[in-house]
Design a protein around this ligand. Structure first.
Ligand SMILES: [Zn+2]
Length: 258
């Protein structure tokens, strides 16, 4: 059999990723409202007409339909093609970097979870337990067979969950109200399960830095107060993605300066 060139293989992985992205869109839409992600078939949220298979081709259908429902002409959210494109890019890049391996599987499951959590937290200010809790278990089980190893993963779960739980109660004690949701500690515990404790700390640092930078920018441009900021889960998702990809290089570079 001929060897498929790496670029072709990455492109196939990307196309598969777009299909997975389409399913992630279903999860993002249905998990917060508590309906099944496998039944019934997708329908237009405006006219309730069932979506045909040819209207459901990732990215392509959105472009062909010019972002509108074929029947009622109501706009289809930009979120759909964006999620599909990001997932496609992630699958292609992950295949390119990891090749066929259990680490690839682990990183893709983790990445899909981050995408869904980011989108749901952005829209609903919610990090559903139905994603975070089972994935803590999945990440921990996978860690027996691939990076970061089960001890690192276990400490990651405890450090991740514990640190944000401490912050949650510290904020509550000082400000007399909740600054973080209870979903955030579970999400960071999930990040710990997949990335291990060192990269969990890196992810939290990146998230806090990105969050502060965003908050300062928003206030400087007078677009909103600290209260109207993006939910922290969005920053955690970005921080974890950065930690998973360039985290070790950044830590190595930083330690080189000490
Ligand atoms: Zn419609």
């Amino acid at each position: 059999m001929n060897e498929t060139s790496p670029a072709v293989a990455a492109a196939i992985a990307g196309a598969f990723g777009a299909l997975v992205g389409s399913f992630l869109n279903v999860c993002i839409y249905r998990l917060p409202i508590g309906t099944s992600v496998v039944w019934p078939a997708s329908a237009c949220p405006h006219c309730r007409r069932e979506i045909e298979w040819f209207e459901n081709i990732p990215i392509v259908s959105y472009l062909v339909l010019r972002g509108r429902c074929r029947t009622c002409r109501q706009p289809i959210g930009m979120r759909y093609p964006i999620i599909e494109a990001i997932t496609a890019a992630m699958f292609a890049a992950a295949w390119w970097f990891y090749g066929p391996s259990l680490l690839l599987v682990s990183r893709l499951i983790f990445g899909c979870a981050l995408i869904v959590l980011f989108a749901i937290d952005l829209e609903h200010h919610l990090l559903p337990n139905v994603i975070t809790l089972p994935l803590i278990v999945v990440g921990f089980v996978l860690s027996f067979f691939t990076e970061p190893g089960w001890i690192d993963s276990l400490i990651g779960i405890l450090v991740g969950g514990g640190s944000l739980l401490l912050m949650f109660y510290a904020y509550l004690a000082v400000r007399k109200r909740e600054g973080l949701g209870m979903g955030d500690p579970k999400m960071l515990a999930m990040i710990g399960a997949f990335l291990g404790w060192k990269m969990t700390i890196v992810a939290l640092m990146f998230a806090s830095f990105a969050g502060s930078l965003f908050g300062v920018t928003m206030m400087a441009t007078r677009r909103g107060s600290l209260e109207s900021m993006l939910p922290f889960g969005c920053f955690l998702a970005v921080g974890a993605a950065v930690a998973a990809t360039v985290g070790p290089a950044v830590v190595g570079w930083y330690l080189g300066f000490l």
